[in-house]
Design a protein around this ligand. Structure first.
Ligand code: BES
Ligand code: ZN
Ligand code: ZN
Length: 487
């Protein structure tokens, strides 16, 4: 979709579908107010009303979209309103829509433009690669959006839209990776995606194959991957060289291209979405693309452990002891708690960059879905300042995180009798003991673990900019976090 900015009034200039956002506690512009019964549209968040003004304004159709109360409006409200508008445009088979930016929005022009572009692109996203027999109505695409704004905000809104387009593309890249079936998105394919990213945006990608992993001692990744015909990979993506004054940030992602549970096999109903178990690494891919496209003044290293967890005659077993890259040993009590085992190698590897922060994302535990549902990502942190930065990025990006404690008692729960750690700590506090496990591999570096098991996949999406399937969660969060760090 092509998005352009114009200074002017959408009610006077737009020809086909004009979209007007409205507050719950402010009057509509006169030209619109006269077209409806006031009670029919209150401007509540998410409310819409489609009008056919028949000459009263320039546009043939006028769509009112509610933003809610003015002082409650955030970038998220604008993102949702834009997604709602583009969905309506598609429904009406309107190829070009026009949007009026409310002048007294409590957001600056750049934030407004970014949220608009994100909402427009993400609201239009569908993963229909494998659908056949679609009607022209279904495949209809909204080709362009014109954003009308006042003179003083025009430049800022335009800059925000440029950023928002880059961010949205990164999110859609992550969604595509997650939505790909397990046979198509193997660890080897993930490696190829990194190489393609290198060619597309100019960062440095390195992919270690099974022989290299063996030679270098990535015992965790090798153990989890040993039951599958699809060999594991370790992927390194590096953007911006380490320089005096530019901090190094490591982003680490869980890249389980399919998690059957292994020999501790999952029941069928828990397995059917497990192609999404590489959602953390998809977020790292998306964020790396964005960082490079935005040219942020940072040194960012993306690390992805990728494997397929399968039951077979060569699988790792409950009772096995795995020696990880760090030299630390893990007693495997459940082969379905595999994410933490492959991440152990990646987190240890991250230390060689002497990073200012390590931020890791993984679809790690079912327990986080019980705790937070799909409305927040769980966070476990070893550093309060870093946790605060990530929380703030969550509020701004609309990808909220909620912190869980990491007290000594949780570390004690994963001590093993026969190895350094065991890979499960029991049902109680399952998301926290998983975080405690990971923290054992980062040394003293500031570390945040984000458990996206509840947020990476939307079976029945509740937000207008989410589609069924992968959400691309983490991409907007990481982008906002990194932009904050670059300031
Ligand atoms: N990939 C799963 C976690 C998951 C569950 C992600 C549901 C998305 C939706 C992870 O590898 C797993 O199986 N975790 C186990 C750990 C347990 C055996 C300690 C879990 O949460 O049940
Ligand atoms: Zn598992
Ligand atoms: Zn898993």
């Amino acid at each position: 979709m092509n998005i352009t900015v114009k200074s002017g009034n959408v009610l006077r200039e737009a020809s086909d579908l004009a979209v007007l956002a409205a507050f719950e506690d402010a009057a509509l512009p006169d030209a619109a107010a006269g077209l409806l019964e006031p009670d029919d549209f209150r401007g509540r968040a998410g409310q819409t009303l489609l009008l056919y003004p028949r000459g009263a304004v320039a546009a043939r159709r006028l769509l009112l979209v509610g933003l809610g109360k003015r002082d409650k409006v955030t970038a998220e409200s604008v993102r949702r309103a834009a997604a709602t508008a583009v969905r309506q445009a598609r429904e009406l088979q309107v190829a070009a829509l026009s949007i009026g930016v409310v002048d007294d929005l409590p957001l600056d022009g750049a934030a407004t433009g970014q949220a608009l572009a994100e909402g427009l692109h993400l609201g239009a996203y569908r993963y229909w690669k494998y659908r056949t027999g679609l009607t022209t109505e279904q495949t209809f695409v909204v080709e362009s959006a014109t954003v009308y704004t006042g003179d003083e905000r025009e430049a800022d809104v335009r800059a925000g839209i440029a950023t928002g387009q880059i961010v949205a593309r990164g999110v859609m890249f992550a969604r595509d990776l997650v939505n790909s079936p397990g046979y198509a998105m193997t660890p080897a394919r993930m490696g190829e995606e990194a190489i393609e990213l290198e060619q597309r945006v100019g960062l440095k990608a390195t992919v270690l194959d099974k022989a290299q992993l063996t030679e270098q001692g990535f015992g965790g990744i090798l153990a989890v991957g040993q039951g599958s015909a699809n060999d594991p990979r370790f992927i390194i993506m590096e953007y911006g060289a380490a320089q005096e004054g530019t901090p190094t940030i490591c982003l680490v992602g869980k890249g389980l291209t399919f998690d059957s549970g292994g020999l501790s096999i999952k029941p069928a109903e828990a397995m059917d979405t497990m192609k999404s178990d590489m959602g953390g690494s998809a977020a790292v891919f998306g964020a790396m693309q964005i960082v490079a496209e935005l040219g942020l003044p940072l040194h960012v290293v993306g690390l992805v452990s990728s494997a397929e967890n399968m039951p077979s005659g060569t699988s790792y077993r409950p009772g096995d002891v795995v020696t990880t890259l760090s030299g630390k040993t893990i007693e495997v009590l459940n082969t379905d708690a595999e994410g933490r085992i492959i991440l152990a190698d990646a987190l240890h590897y991250a230390q060689r960059y002497n990073p200012a922060a390590i931020v890791e994302l993984s679809t790690l535990t079912g327990a986080i879905i019980i705790a937070l549902g799909s409305h927040a990502t769980g966070m476990v942190a070893t550093d309060d300042l870093l946790a605060e930065r990530v929380s703030r990025a969550g509020e701004i990006s609309g990808e909220r995180v909620w912190q869980l404690p990491l007290w000594q008692e949780y570390h004690d729960m994963i001590k093993s009798e026969i190895a350094d750690l065991k890979n499960i700590g029991g049902r109680e506090g399952g998301s926290i003991t998983a975080g405690a496990f990971l923290a054992a591999f980062v040394g003293d570096y500031p570390f945040v673990h984000l458990d996206i098991a509840g947020t990476a996949w939307a079976g029945a999406p509740s937000k207008p900019y989410d589609a069924h399937g992968g959400t691309g969660v983490g991409v907007r969060l990481l982008t906002e976090f990194l932009r904050g760090y670059a300031q």
